[in-house]
Design a protein around this ligand. Structure first.
Ligand SMILES: [Zn+2]
Length: 47
């Protein structure tokens, strides 16, 4: 039996710049609440 439901357990939220959903990354564990952009490119992009 395939276990595909694991990903859904991770939090995700849309990037404020491009709107794409970004999935939780281990590197963001400490500052997940502050993560707003999916990439450096989006971070540089001003709304
Ligand atoms: Zn983005």
């Amino acid at each position: 039996m395939a276990f595909k439901g694991n990903k859904a357990a991770l939090p995700s939220k849309p990037c404020v710049a491009c709107g794409r959903p970004m999935s939780w990354r281990r590197a963001w564990a400490k500052n997940w609440a502050e993560v707003k952009y999916c990439s450096d490119a989006c971070r540089k992009k001003k709304p």
